[in-house]
Design a protein around this ligand. Structure first.
Ligand SMILES: Cc1cc2nc3c(=O)[nH]c(=O)nc-3n(C[C@H](O)[C@H](O)[C@H](O)COP(=O)(O)OP(=O)(O)OC[C@H]3O[C@@H](n4cnc5c(N)ncnc54)[C@H](O)[C@@H]3O)c2cc1C
Length: 424
């Protein structure tokens, strides 16, 4: 046997202690990592289960086209346990509205994703737009909501006004986590909820005028719209010479002159006349300031007879009294709410304002409903994020995103909305 000296013994001992320390450190690191991994895994799955199970109550105020579409969006999120839809009007008053609505291709795609089957709705297609009566559209959406009752507790309360009394009663029973206000341009539900009535009013850099013709002896079936561009009117009888303006090279996208749209049913015909404010000609100046009400009436009268469909009757001097119209050209303005979403502290309710309650044009283009549909594109996310929120901050962030989207909708419309609805 070889003799072992003390030095090598100490070295060997130190070596094994280092090895042991190394193993211990490695084991500790590994078990910490495992514990962290386990914690993360557990948290992710618990959060996942919580998010998956999260269901909230939602209240929609107003059963116009936007309120009812909002209700469908809510159901579609899969995060709604109870949905209440109100309207102060009774069913018959709600569904007898004569206006026609024109859904543009983007709104059509949005509605298809919500399960709307256009093949089963009275209406007609033209240029990828779907034309139907507002009442037909509302009735169809009500029937879809009816079918959703198997999955979600849906309550449609027609003839019920959202008021302070309703709010007090509702908060005593069961408070919704999200309230969608879609009570139209004349609704006052926002003031009931304490939301400011301040509007931002911005010019769309265009002038317009509207006319309506009501002829009770005519058909009430959905009809495609008619558009005409680059119109100039003979105003020589009023001392105004018609000079065609040269095309503005900085605005090549928009044709010069006036743009006309005839829409609605034969029974309820609507007309919109618009021009951009870039070319401030003598004619436009005259039409913006004339005190003579027959000037615009003559323009609409002549334009209708020139561009109407062949199968509908002309307007004659005898039937002209069926037509009502703007007295002069006015500046087209978009008004949108300064506060389009809010949080009711204490009651923990997120509120969003949609449709004409949120933004409205002073000029009817025949496509008003599409502006409201744009706003609804961010509604599903608001409901999802509110339902799955961990705390108030998450709800605030969701509301902030909704407000930003609402501003974006208004700004985009101001920049390009009239172009697609009138000028193209
Ligand atoms: C004369 C005219 C012609 C039009 N033509 C066209 C057209 O051709 N094409 C087109 O796309 N658009 C057209 N529009 C615009 C279209 O009607 C609107 O864009 C659309 O109705 C707006 O939908 P909304 O759901 O935001 O509001 P609304 O349709 O106004 O619905 C709001 C609902 O809220 C209810 N309500 C109000 N207050 C309360 C309350 N306190 N409690 C409970 N319920 C309440 C009201 O009864 C109403 O049913 C026209 C509008 C007018 C006035």
């Amino acid at each position: 046997m070889e003799p072992v000296n003390a030095e090598s013994l100490v070295n060997r001992f130190n070596g094994s202690v280092e090895e042991q320390y190394g193993t211990l450190a490695y084991d500790t690191a590994l078990s910490t990592l495992l514990a962290v991994l386990l914690y993360v895994l557990l948290k992710v799955s618990l959060d996942g289960i919580r998010q998956w199970r999260a269901r909230i109550s939602v209240l929609v105020v107003g059963s116009g086209p936007i309120g009812l579409t909002a209700a469908l969006v809510a159901v579609r999120t899969g995060k709604v346990l109870k949905l209440t839809v109100l309207d102060e009007r009774y069913r018959s008053a709600l569904l007898c509205r004569p206006q026609q609505i024109a859904l543009d291709p983007r709104s059509v795609r949005f509605l298809l994703n919500l399960g709307v089957d256009f093949d089963n709705m009275e209406g007609c297609w033209h240029n990828e737009h779907f034309f139907t009566k507002i009442g037909v559209f509302q009735e169809y959406l009500l029937s879809i909501l009816e079918r959703k009752k198997q999955k979600v507790d849906v309550k449609v309360r027609l003839g019920t006004k959202f008021s302070e009394e309703y709010l007090r009663k509702m908060f005593r029973e069961e408070r919704p986590r999200v309230i969608i206000v879609a009570d139209g341009s004349c609704g006052d539900s926002c003031s009931v909820l304490g939301i400011s009535a301040d509007y931002i009013v911005e010019s769309c850099r265009a002038y317009g005028a509207n006319a309506t013709i009501e002829r009770l002896d005519q058909r009430q079936v959905p009809t495609p719209e008619i558009r005409a561009h680059s119109l100039y009117f003979d105003l020589s009888a009023y001392g105004i010479n018609t000079v065609k303006e040269p095309r503005n090279s900085s605005q090549p996208a928009v044709k010069p002159g006036f743009h006309l749209k005839i829409y609605g049913t034969f029974r309820n015909r609507y007309m919109a006349l618009a021009c951009t404010s870039d070319a401030d000609s003598k004619m436009m100046h005259f039409l913006r300031h004339t005190a003579n009400p027959s000037v615009m009436k003559n323009i609409f009268h002549q334009s209708f007879n020139a561009y109407k469909t062949d199968i509908e009757p002309r307007l004659s001097d005898v039937t002209l009294h069926h037509m009502q119209c703007s007295r002069m050209l006015f500046e087209i303005m978009l008004s949108h709410r300064r506060v389009s979403a809010a949080y009711i502290e204490g009651d923990h309710v997120a509120v969003t304002v949609e449709g004409e309650a949120a933004r409205v044009l002073n000029f009817d283009t025949g496509c008003g409903v599409n502006l409201g549909m744009r706003g609804l594109e961010s509604l599903g996310m608001l409901i999802y994020r509110t339902a799955t929120a961990l705390d108030q901050n998450d709800v605030f962030e969701a509301l902030l995103a909704k407000i930003q989207h609402s501003k974006h909708v208004a700004e985009t419309f101001r920049q390009t909305g009239l172009s697609s609805e009138m000028f193209e």
